[in-house]
Structure formats: C-alpha cells, structure tokens
Ligand binder design. Structure first.
Ligand SMILES: Nc1nc2c(ncn2[C@@H]2O[C@H](COP(=O)(O)OP(=O)(O)OP(=O)(O)O)[C@@H](O)[C@H]2O)c(=O)[nH]1
Ligand SMILES: [Mg+2]
Length: 306
C-alpha cells in the first residue's frame, strides 16, 4: 500500500488515508514511518473561516488555477458542515467535483472523530499520505470554530482566514485568536455590499504587524465575478517561497511536530510511561537535574519502543 501511495496510485492513497482515520495506533505508526522518507515537500495550506463564507467555492477555484500551473494539488475537507459543493445547488456540486477530477485534483473529506485519535490526528496522517504521494500543494478546508480547528491549523505551513461582508462582530471576536495565527486573509463575496469595509478592517489590523516579520496581505475575491483568484494564488505561492527562503519552514514544522508528539496518541505511548517513572522517583525542584532526568527517561522509553 505504501509503495502504491508513493507511485501516486489513487486506491492506495484512499486506503492509507482510511487507516489514518480508523486504524490502530501501531498500524498508523508503521505507515507513517514508511512514508517518512517520501515526505516534506508539500506546501500545506489551511483555509479556515466561518460557515458559509465560501471556503469550498474558493478552494475549488484556486485548486484549478494551481493545477493549471502544472502543480499536483490535493484537497482535504475536514468535518465539512456541508458536502463539498461549491454552492448549495446540486448541479453546482456535481460540476465542482467533475471539475476537480478533470484537473487531476485529489479531493477527500475527513469527518471521523473516531475513538482512536482525534480528527486533527487523522488530518495529520492524511497530510503525510498526500505529501508522500507527490502532492505539491495540499489545501485543507476547516470551519473556523474551536480548538480542533486550531489544531488542524497547527499542521499548515500557510494559514488563510476567509472572512466576508457583514461580519463586523465576528471580526472583533476573531481578532483575539485566529487572527494571530493567520498568515493571509481573504475577504470573499466582494460582490456583496459591505465587503469593502471588511477589507478595511483587516487592513487596519495587519498594518500593526511587526515590520520585521512577514508582511501579511489581504485579498478580495468573488465567486460571482470570478475575481481575485490569480492574486490570491500569487500570495499563497509567495508565502511558501518566503517560508522556504527564510528557513522558517524548518523551525515552524519542528515546533508543530513537537506539539503533535506531546498531544497525539503516538506520543502518549512514549511520554506517559516516562513521566510516570519520573513522578515516582522523587520531588525535584531543580529544573536542570529534572530536565536531564526527563531526557534520559524519554531516551529509555524511546529505545524500548524501537
Ligand atoms: N455572492 C457570493 N456568494 C458566494 C461567493 N462565494 C461563495 N458563495 C456562496 O456562498 C454559499 C456558501 O459557499 P461554500 O463555498 O459552500 O461556503 P463554505 O464556507 O465552504 O461553507 P461551509 O463548508 O458550510 O462552512 C454558496 O451558496 C456559494 O455559492 C461569492 O464570492 N459571492
Ligand atoms: Mg465548505
């Protein structure tokens, strides 16, 4: 199956992702280890925002533009509240899926909050499968609400927050949390009144960014007018280049990886016994000694695992 994934065989990709959703930890771990040497090339883009703001429509449109540039594109819809539709009309939905298929774009919904690991863990697994299969860009759609969403965004190299007209209060609420982790902003539904003000709102927020860091941008898009997508694709690719150019991507992925280790089921297999052993040993208040103990205990647990 792993060989199939690496060959980009669609059935193997689908099976491997299903294991990531439902498989036992041991199987997931084995698959992830075998995929490891094939991973690391994909640019992972998380797209979040309130329900109905137009995320699926947007992703449908930009994934086609990316595919037309010759890129290998995949789409993951996480816990989508509505089927991948690109519009509420059934005809629209069929057209969107046909369109993605015709451009060779791989699309998959993840909706399983099964007992073995959470949704964000399945998503992390799916990203690794797609990365190993040769996807150059992986677009993840998730509804902008709550912790699970933030965890999924913790997977993305580039996080895009989609907002729209008439979200004044929501923008206030969002400013505190996800605003900080978003790298790029989109005001969708530019064809609707009020979008201009939403755009100004975001511009004001990002004008306060630290000038030494990445200069965040906001792009206006409209599905009705098919406008803004070229510019948006430009900013996404630009952010990807920024990350690899700056070497920031290594640090960012390392930190995200460390969080996964601490929070995932796989991590718990190693970390919990180590922590238990340390707790039994005593009541150290000395952080230097404690740090050394933790590391040697983790080393012991890891070699046991290997
Ligand atoms: N006027 C206008 N309508 C849009 C635009 N983009 C999307 N829509 C419509 O907004 C509705 C929701 O679009 P979706 O793409 O399904 O939105 P979503 O954010 O993916 O929704 P959820 O996945 O349910 O959170 C559909 O009826 C779209 O046709 C736009 O730019 N302008
Ligand atoms: Mg959607």
């Amino acid at each position: 199956m792993v060989e199939g994934v690496v060959r980009s065989d669609r059935r193997s990709i689908a099976r491997a992702i299903s294991y990531m959703e439902d498989g036992h930890t041991e199987i997931k771990k084995e698959i992830m280890e075998k995929l490891y040497s094939h991973c690391g090339k994909a640019h992972v883009v998380g797209i979040t925002g309130p329900p109905g703001i137009g995320k699926s429509t947007l992703i449908g449109n930009i994934s086609v533009l990316l595919a037309k540039k010759g890129m290998n594109v995949s789409v993951l819809a996480v816990d989508a509240s509505s089927p991948y539709s690109g519009g509420s009309l059934l005809g629209n939905r069929i057209r969107m899926q046909e369109n993605l298929f015709n451009y060779g774009i791989y699309m998959r919904s993840l909706a399983n909050r099964g007992a073995r690991g959470g949704l964000s863990e399945s998503c992390m697994g799916a990203v690794n499968v797609l990365d190993a299969s040769g996807s150059e860009i992986i677009l993840i759609e998730t509804v902008g609400a709550g912790q699970a969403d933030l965890d999924i965004m913790n997977l993305a190299d580039t996080t895009i927050l989609v907002l729209g007209p008439g979200l004044g209060d929501q923008i206030q609420a969002i400013k505190a949390g996800i605003m900080e982790i978003a790298d790029l902003f989109v005001i969708n539904k530019m064809d609707i009144d009020g979008s201009y003000f939403a755009m100004k709102d975001i511009e004001e927020v990002i004008s306060m960014d630290d000038p030494r860091g990445y200069k965040r941008r906001v792009t206006g898009t409209s599905a009705t007018d098919h406008a803004g997508y070229d510019e948006l694709v430009g900013t996404i690719l630009d952010h990807g280049r920024y990350l690899s150019g700056e070497g920031t991507i290594g640090r960012k992925r390392f930190l995200m990886g460390a969080r996964w280790i601490l929070e995932s089921e796989i991590g718990r297999i190693i970390i919990d016994p180590a922590m238990d052993a340390i707790k039994k040993k005593g009541t150290d208040r000395n952080p230097y000694v404690l740090a050394e103990k933790i590391i040697s205990q983790l080393n012991a647990e890891i070699s046991k695992e290997l």
